[in-house]
Design a protein around this ligand. Structure first.
Ligand code: GCV
Length: 698
């Protein structure tokens, strides 16, 4: 059992608007369409029918049409001209053939335009979706329905083209059905080493296509055991079937790859990327994979990180490793997406010069310009690991000759594990809008990963998915806003976090002003609240090692080697300026100077960049210790406010939905109280400084 998430189409249309959904006109009969394009087109037509069912309770009439010399002819035998001033209304999905294009921009894969069409003589009044690709027709149709649901009306859009070329979800699903950092049940891709293909698979493809996703990596980047065998005859038939389902929604399937596959699968004695045997093995493997799965997108690779094999073992660079694979996959148009999450997890953290934050840049910056064109470096948003607040990775703005993708985590590993509400779109917006100063103009992260800054074609954005087989897909009902938001933002970078939240609420819940305003408050304040009661001012971590939920101030993954925060009785923070680890120097000058100096370093990142005394004052005028106390108290109060506002919605929401969300919020409150008490007590004891407000600190 699963819910339809935001595809319920529970919209209230007035009678005049409803009439548009009584007819759908399509031209997929024309022979310009390839099989897969037609499939996408058909899915778009289906979508109009589904919406019509929801809006008017009926299936729409369906007709073909022709356009020649700008004149539209509806092809239907039983077409009755409407009488006496009555107009025929409908939705027209128009695949514009190249020779009839008057808008160049429509050529961009996935671009569409929604426009009204009138014909006085024929008394036609249509809303048209125009596109030059099946994906464009599909995206335009979803957009048109979204307008109808959210606004109760449809409007011209002009040409809308996807902002990012690759808009991918990364699943960290294991073949036994578990999900690494999964908080929404088990995998719906795998169970007991088998690939699952069910009704849910198709629905998922439709769900993510509706927000513009065009690539999915189905298995965990930590490729072990049977997952290595995904590229073997055991799984090809299922993968082919899966890739066809997704292709019909404009989505390519990718796999995570085990760099040691030549050994573990092929029986070779090594996986040195320069070994002839290894190269031959991959050549044959790529050929086999594409013979079996022609629509296949390529591979995502985690190498030389957290125990995964990679080229370092053989003294080779990441470029040598990635290029070897890229060369062999290139004849088939495939991509190698190589992750930059590479660091030595066994570093001795007690050495003051050691800094995990430096690792990505130190490893990859010297390789700028050395990767083949079908390699993309996938870079986590921050230099550490998806903490509630991190600066943007300095690789963005550093790398100038390399294809790049941003990786964010939709799954809330460090942000409340989908038990806490934490709407992450505002965080991603900050990352995307960050000026790297690598150029005078068009220097933001969004500019870089969309190919606007440097002429890169293979680029985009990836999100670690937060879905599982829970009936509501994301465990916490409100966590679906993150999945929705990730897709919408990757398609349209200009949307604000507020606009996305508003859309998602309107698409998901009954249309009542109080639902909109209260949920907006909760979502828009949730990231800040989570940050307030957990780890302050960019220090990060302080969670229980390994499962990363709940407070543990000294908790460090690789515990023998110190803490991340380096707190003592005087102060806290890691000095990452040139006086410390020198991390600040990895940024372009303007940012380096800003972070280098305590007085210009933004407060929310102060402890990330500097070691600060408890008695030092922040820009707010508060001492550091007082800020820690206050923010932890305030964070808890904010969660109480969320609960108060949410309870006002009881009479308008389905009971089960209300109860599910309330249960999560209740757990969030007790967890927030625990965070507050554990963190405040720790700093109270270690600093010996009293709270100015004399509150009880346990
Ligand atoms: C998939 C963090 C997570 C790991 C994850 C890793 C990665 O360390 O805790 O579970 O592994 O990031 O992004 O590869």
């Amino acid at each position: 059992m699963y819910f339809k998430a935001w595809l319920d189409y529970d919209g209230e249309l007035n009678e005049s608007m409803k009439k548009y959904f009584s007819t759908v006109l399509s031209n997929y009969g024309s022979n310009v369409l390839s099989k897969v394009e037609r499939q996408m087109y058909l899915h778009a037509v289906e979508e109009v029918k589904t919406a019509a069912k929801a809006f008017i309770g009926n299936k729409p009439d369906e007709y073909d049409f022709m356009i020649s010399d700008g004149n539209l002819t509806v092809i239907k035998e039983q077409y009755d001209e409407k009488e006496d001033g009555e107009w025929e209304k409908g939705i027209l999905l128009y695949y514009v053939p190249e020779n009839q294009m008057d808008e160049e921009a429509l050529i961009t894969e996935g671009a569409y335009a929604i426009k009204r069409y009138y014909d006085e003589e024929k008394r036609l009044d249509l809303w048209t979706v125009r596109a030059n690709s099946g994906a464009g027709i599909l995206y335009g149709t979803f957009a048109l329905i979204r307008q109808a649901v959210c606004e109760g009306k449809i409007a011209d859009t002009g040409i809308v083209a996807p902002f990012h070329a690759l808009r991918m979800l990364n699943h960290w699903d294991n073949m036994d059905g578990t999900i690494e950092r999964g908080y929404s049940g088990n995998s719906f891709f795998f169970s007991k080493n088998q690939i699952l293909i069910t009704e849910r698979t198709t629905f998922y493809a439709r769900l993510i296509a509706s927000v513009g996703i065009n690539g999915v990596v189905i298995n965990n980047v930590n490729v072990k055991d049977m997952a290595t065998r995904l590229i073997s005859p055991v799984y090809y038939a299922k993968l082919r079937e899966l890739s066809k389902i997704f292709a019909g929604y404009g989505i390519k399937i990718f796999l995570s790859l085990n760099f040691a596959a030549p050994m573990e699968l092929g029986g070779l004695s090594e996986c040195d990327p320069l070994s002839e045997d290894v190269i031959r093995w991959w050549k044959e493997k790529m050929q086999e994979v594409y013979q079996e799965i022609p629509d296949f997108g390529g591979f995502l690779v985690k190498a030389d990180s957290e125990g995964r094999p990679g080229p370092f073992t053989y003294g080779r660079t990441h470029a040598e490793g990635a290029n070897m694979l890229a060369k062999e996959i290139a004849p088939y148009g495939g991509l190698i997406i190589w992750r930059c999450f590479v660091y030595n997890c066994r570093q001795d953290w007690r050495d003051k010069k050691t800094d995990r934050a430096r690792a990505g840049y130190d490893n990859f910056m010297p390789l700028d310009g050395k990767f083949l064109d079908n390699v993309i470096l996938q870079i986590k948003n921050g230099p550490m690991d998806f903490q509630v607040r991190e600066p943007v990775s300095p690789l963005f703005g550093g790398l100038m000759k390399t294809n790049q993708m941003l990786e964010v985590q939709i799954a809330q590993e460090y942000t409340g594990q989908q038990r806490h509400v934490c709407y992450l779109v505002p965080m991603w917006k900050e990352v995307l809008d960050f000026h790297t100063y690598c150029k005078e103009n068009e220097d933001t992260v969004a500019d870089i990963i969309s190919g606007r800054t440097f002429p890169i074609r293979n680029c985009g954005i990836a999100g670690v998915s937060n879905t599982g087989d829970d009936s509501n897909w994301t465990g916490h009902d409100l966590a679906a806003a993150n999945l929705y938001g990730f897709g919408r933002l990757s398609f349209d970078n200009h949307l604000t976090a507020e606009e996305i939240a508003k859309e998602w609420i309107s698409m998901t819940f009954p249309k009542k002003p109080i639902i909109l305003s209260n949920l907006m408050y909760i979502l828009m304040n949730s990231w800040r609240a989570y940050e307030s009661y957990t780890s302050p001012l960019g220090i990060g971590w302080m969670v229980n090692p390994s499962y990363h939920y709940g407070p543990n101030v000294d908790g460090y993954e690789y515990d023998r080697w110190g803490t991340y925060h380096r707190a003592d009785c005087k102060g806290i923070g890691v000095e990452r300026s040139s006086k410390g680890t020198g991390y600040t120097l990895q940024y372009q000058k303007k940012n380096a100077l800003m972070y280098e100096d305590v007085s210009t370093c933004p407060d929310e990142l102060l402890l990330f960049f500097h070691r600060v005394l408890y008695t030092d004052r922040l820009k707010s005028g508060k001492t550091l210790i007082q800020h820690i106390y206050d923010s932890h108290f305030e964070g808890v109060e904010e969660v109480k406010e969320f609960i108060r506002l949410f309870c006002q919605l009881e009479e308008y929401l389905e009971e089960a939905v209300f109860q599910r969300i309330l249960n999560r919020l209740t757990e969030q409150l007790s967890s927030a109280e625990e965070w507050r008490d554990v963190v405040n007590t720790y700093f109270h004891r270690i600093s010996g400084i009293e709270d100015e407000k004399a509150r009880i600190i346990y």
